[in-house]
Design a protein around this ligand. Structure first.
Ligand code: ATP
Ligand code: XMP
Ligand code: GLN
Ligand code: MG
Length: 523
């Protein structure tokens, strides 16, 4: 359980649905503090300790009919707090409370469905069935269905293949729905969550304004008089972590910004100016470009590049940390999705696609304790917190930039020459995107310089220069992504500008691969 404040908490018991995280997102949007815990960890003792003000059962791939399928502890029904069961959560609730679930033919529903209300209206459905059609669009994804509801329950909504689409035991405040209110395709789903948490008595006091003060207090308690070091990349997560720590402990913080020679144009100056001058923060600008570029010489295999960079990051951190007195803590910008992923119910053995550069192995090796003030937050909450802390919008809204930097945007061997060309092309491309007002619509955009040279003709002369690829994607979390549908005019104008303004490039292509099957970066 996350050590947290005095906020009312909602517990989401995860039965392995693909969309459990979205339940948490919807609730956080309603300023309700919630945590997701896999059902295996939710014991009687856990429930007592957690003391939720309400509970939600997620969906899940299992069938309650099967022996050994997941269950919440019986005691959850005796807590006296409202419970909402979703899909598998509905089925498990009915099954345990005396109803019946069947795996029937012709009762599966996958995708869009329409629910119509029964006669009696209930508070959790306030705002539903109001658009004049008398029905509400929902998103279903189930093979099993409830065939008999548990004693005490009544039906408040039905769909063609789910006669018990919405049911409730109003006395005990148990609600159960067959569809998924957390997904986009249930347009009025948020209203249902809002009604549910209001019914449960949540005050909606989880705001980044309040969080900021609590986090500062907690950091002070944890750190005392010791010193904290923080790897600062200028990215959103480490910037917000650093500024929060700086507010909490001022001079007891030293940030280490590693310039590995793989940064974008003017990036080092921007980051250093912002943090050293604007925040008056102790900041070590570690210019280690000779070290990194030297070790990367002749390396063209993507994994070898990543591993070399990861190793050097650790070396560099150790070097600087050892020079700082009383450095007992290392601050990291770990976010809640990272925490969830590491305990995920559905997580199984998976193939390594890329070794993400990781400073995760650091604290152990360096004998440091961790400070992770963003552990409870999603990325958009981190951005909101950054806003509260007064970070300029230009930093908060930045596209993510990978730790290995331009190394993984330069397939094949890395040379200073290629990096210079790449930096210039990238700057022109991002400038184009900003000028056309597209920066915030795009999740991430960059140029990759290709390891091929092509023939061109410029000013009646022959050129033999590098080709580059433009990349721009939309995404929610970087796990899946779509290429951004630029207009042909935009692409044409950008190609012309890059070729005119960047010596060394004579051909521009646009990468239209989605993820999967591609990945966002080229290596
Ligand atoms: N150049 C760097 N110097 C120091 N630390 C770095 C550098 N690059 C990455 N790191 C460390 O690695 C961590 C992970 O990098 P990551 O790119 O995931 O996060 P970020 O840069 O803070 O945010 P964003 O995801 O928005 O880029 C950072 O939080 C930071 O602590
Ligand atoms: O901090 C990081 N260290 C890394 O080693 C790393 N590799 C990829 N990325 C970023 O992760 C997101 C997904 O990228 P891929 O589709 O290329 O795996 C994209 O946002 C990538 O920029 C990294 N970030
Ligand atoms: N999405 C779900 O929770 C599915 C529940 C159950 N596995 C079914 O098929 O009915
Ligand atoms: Mg980054």
């Amino acid at each position: 359980m996350i050590e947290t404040s005095a906020h009312d908490r909602l517990l989401i018991i995860d039965f392995g649905s693909q969309v459990t995280q979205l339940i948490a997102r919807r609730l956080r949007e309603l300023n309700v503090y919630c945590e997701i815990h896999p059902y295996q960890n939710v014991t009687d003792a856990f429930l007592k300790d957690f003391a939720p003000k309400a509970v939600i059962f997620s969906g899940g791939p299992a069938s309650v009919i099967d022996e050994g399928s997941p269950r919440p502890p019986e005691s959850v029904f005796d807590l006296g707090v409202p419970i909402l069961g979703i899909c598998y959560g509905q089925q498990v609730m009915m099954h345990m409370l005396g109803g019946e679930v069947l795996r029937g033919h012709g009762t599966a529903e996958f995708g869009r469905a329409w629910v119509t209300p029964t006669e009696e209206r209930i508070d959790v459905l306030n705002g539903w069935f109001m658009d004049g059609t008398g029905r509400e669009q929902v998103w279903m994804s189930h093979g099993d269905h409830v065939s008999k509801i548990a004693p005490g329950f009544k039906v408040f909504g039905t769909s063609p293949n789910a006669p018990f689409a919405i049911t409730a035991d109003l006395e005990r405040r148990f609600y159960a729905v067959q569809f998924h209110p957390e997904v986009h395709h249930t347009p009025n789903g948020k209203t249902l969550y809002e009604n549910f948490v209001r019914d449960a008595g949540f005050k909606g006091d989880w705001t980044m304004d309040a969080y900021r003060d609590e986090a500062i207090k907690k950091i002070r308690e944890q750190v005392g008089d010791a010193h904290v070091i923080c790897g600062l990349s200028g990215g959103v997560d480490s910037s917000v972590t650093a500024v929060l720590l700086h507010e909490a402990i001022g001079d007891q913080l030293t940030c280490v910004f590693v310039d590995h020679g793989l940064l974008r144009l003017h990036e080092a100056e921007e980051v250093v100016t912002m943090f050293r001058d604007h925040y008056n923060m102790k900041l070590i600008h570690a210019d280690e470009s000779d070290l990194f570029l030297g070790e990367l010489e002749g390396v063209s295999d993507p994994e070898e590049k990543r591993k070399t960079i990861g190793r050097l990051f650790i070396d560099v951190f150790q070097k600087y940390a050892s020079e700082i007195d009383d450095a007992d803590f290392l601050a990291q910008g770990t976010l809640y999705p990272d925490v969830i992923e590491s305990v995920s119910f559905s997580g199984g053995p998976s193939v390594t696609i890329k070794s993400h550069h990781n400073v995760g192995g650091l604290p152990e090796k360096m004998g440091l304790k961790l400070v992770e003030p963003l552990r409870e937050l999603f990325k958009d909450e981190v951005r909101a917190l950054g806003h509260e802390l007064g970070l300029p919008a230009s930093f908060i809204g930045r596209h993510p930039f990978p730790g290995p930097g331009l190394a993984i945007r330069c397939p094949g061997e890395i040379t200073r020459d290629k990096l210079d060309i790449l930096r210039k092309a990238d700057a022109v491309y991002i400038d184009q995107i900003r000028k056309h007002g597209l920066y915030d619509e795009i999740w991430q955009a960059f140029v990759a310089i290709l390891p091929v040279r092509t023939v061109g003709v410029m000013g009646d002369g022959r050129t033999y220069d590098y080709a580059c690829a433009l990349r721009a994607v939309t995404s929610v979390d970087g796990m899946t992504a779509d290429y951004y549908p630029f207009s042909h005019d935009f692409l044409g104008e950008t190609a012309t500008r890059i070729i005119n303004e960047v010596q060394g490039i004579n051909r521009v292509t646009y990468d239209i691969t989605s993820k999967p099957p591609g990945t966002i970066e080229w290596e």
